[in-house]
Design a protein around this ligand. Structure first.
Ligand SMILES: [Zn+2]
Length: 460
């Protein structure tokens, strides 16, 4: 099977030109002007932008939580991602405290394998680091192709590890050639503030926000960066939201340290005033919470300064009925919001169309950097000869409205209901196959492939 995409404006992290792209099988075979190839299918991309497939390195599909599961499973979540131009996701496996990493991987595979429409990989969340966990790290990196290990400095009593475990894990991960991801917020402080608000009868979603002030994130980010510096282990801060936390990273650069930083689309464009809408604010209850306008400015600037490297989603949807578990107590609201389908279009509309970031920067933070940081470049994350033919054909001018009525995520509300966005995903190719066309998904579950990742080797 071969496809010739004609006359598209090809955008990568460092190039911008009009060309034809010839695809044979799963990969790009040639790029150039007026390519003289016959193909089984010809796609006219005149007037369109052609991006590499988006990579969302932070999603939670079919995630067990308080006796229920996040409402998108691997099929609905990866399909919705494709509709929005994201061809690959990295999901999180959660180790159960007292159990092995392998047991968690086995459990996650039962839910994910043969169920994904788009490509996928996993980060391994280490919630219990001890001598036996330590022995499993090398196997994950070298044999399973899972090279990144997630840690939580919060969620005390469930997911949180202490600094002793963090330093031990960092030493082992560095030795084996991997990377530590961190949820960097101060779990003890948040625990204290949460209990304090509850005991005072302050139970609305607003108090979720007030229990996680900026300092809880700034302090933990600084501590994480210091421990990464001490051990020499590569570090990646997930969902960084605020000025204080980014300043911790900025300070680290003054001693020649580099820590990777991810933010999420919602932190760039939504703010904490949404928590003032009584229980409706539960739609945006996530951790860390939405911040303030000044933090949005910091994050956009951070992208342009090269301090913020990735824009992800932390997609973790729950139906409104599930959110209502916390109607009388904010601490019982399942954390997370749906965005896997909206990230690429929102970032284009709010970022590129509003002149906050360039087209090249857009591709860099949404496609290329995730591939480089997580060991998939240049197979993924760019448009190049020999790379997987994961491509998005995008109309930069078409305006449309985001709504739960039309989205493909399995969740009955949208965090962006009624938003008008400029720019629309028209056609998506995944490994040389047309996946999305005319608002329809053309591939089935099981097409999505688990992508084994390489040891960390790229700098960005
Ligand atoms: Zn998350």
């Amino acid at each position: 099977m071969s496809i010739l995409i004609k006359n598209g404006r090809v955008i990568t992290a460092d190039a911008d030109y009009t060309a034809d792209i010839f695809i044979e099988g799963e990969t790009v075979k040639a790029i150039g002007m007026d390519l003289p190839f016959n193909a089984d299918e010809i796609i006219d991309a005149s007037g369109m932008l052609v991006f590499p497939g988006g990579i969302d390195p932070h999603v939670h599909l079919d995630m067990p939580f308080m006796g229920t599961y996040s409402s998108d499973n691997y099929e609905t979540g990866t399909r919705a991602a494709l509709f929005g131009g994201t061809t690959m996701v990295i999901d999180f496996i959660l180790q159960k405290q007292g159990n092995t990493l392998q047991a968690a991987l086995d459990e996650w595979r039962l839910r994910s394998d043969n169920n994904c429409v788009g490509d996928y990989s996993f980060h391994m969340a280490v919630t219990d680091f001890n001598d036996s966990t330590k022995k499993e790290i090398r196997h994950f990196i070298e044999d399973e192709g899972i090279t990144s290990f997630k840690t939580f400095m919060a969620y005390k009593g469930a997911l949180m590890i202490d600094d002793r475990q963090m330093v031990g894990l960092m030493e082992e991960v560095k030795k084996c050639g991997g990377l530590i991801n961190v949820h960097a917020t101060n779990g003890d402080m948040i625990d204290y503030l949460t209990q304090k608000h509850r005991s005072e009868g302050k139970l609305s979603p607003l108090y979720h926000y007030l229990s996680q002030p900026e300092v809880t994130e700034a302090e933990a980010s600084e501590r994480f960066v210091d421990m990464a510096n001490f051990t020499g282990c590569p570090g990646y801060i997930v969902h960084l939201t605020c000025e204080g936390a980014l300043n911790a990273v900025r300070n680290a650069t003054r001693r020649n340290q580099h820590v990777f930083v991810e933010t999420c689309i919602q932190y760039l464009i939504l703010d904490a005033s949404l928590y003032e809408k009584d229980f409706d604010g539960a739609k945006w209850v996530m951790s860390p919470p939405l911040r303030e306008k000044k933090d949005q400015e910091t994050l956009w600037a951070g992208i342009n300064q090269g301090l913020v490297n990735v824009v992800a989603t932390d997609h973790c949807p729950f139906m409104w009925e599930q959110k209502k578990m916390g109607e009388k107590d904010f601490s019982k609201i399942p954390n997370g919001h749906p965005a896997i389908e909206n990230r690429m279009e929102l970032l284009y509309s709010e970022g590129v169309a509003k002149n906050r970031i360039t087209l090249n920067k857009y591709v860099e933070v949404a496609c290329t950097n995730p591939a480089k940081i997580f060991g998939m470049f240049p197979q993924k994350g760019t448009i190049g000869i020999g790379s997987d033919a994961d491509l998005v054909i995008f109309d930069p001018n078409e305006k449309h409205i985001l709504s739960a009525k039309t989205h493909h995520m399995n969740v009955d509300y949208s965090g962006y209901e009624g938003w008008e966005v400029t720019g629309k995903v028209k056609i998506v190719l995944l490994r040389g196959k047309v996946a999305i066309e005319s608002n329809e998904c053309k591939i089935e579950k099981g097409f999505g492939k688990f992508i084994k990742r390489k040891k960390l080797s790229q700098t960005i």
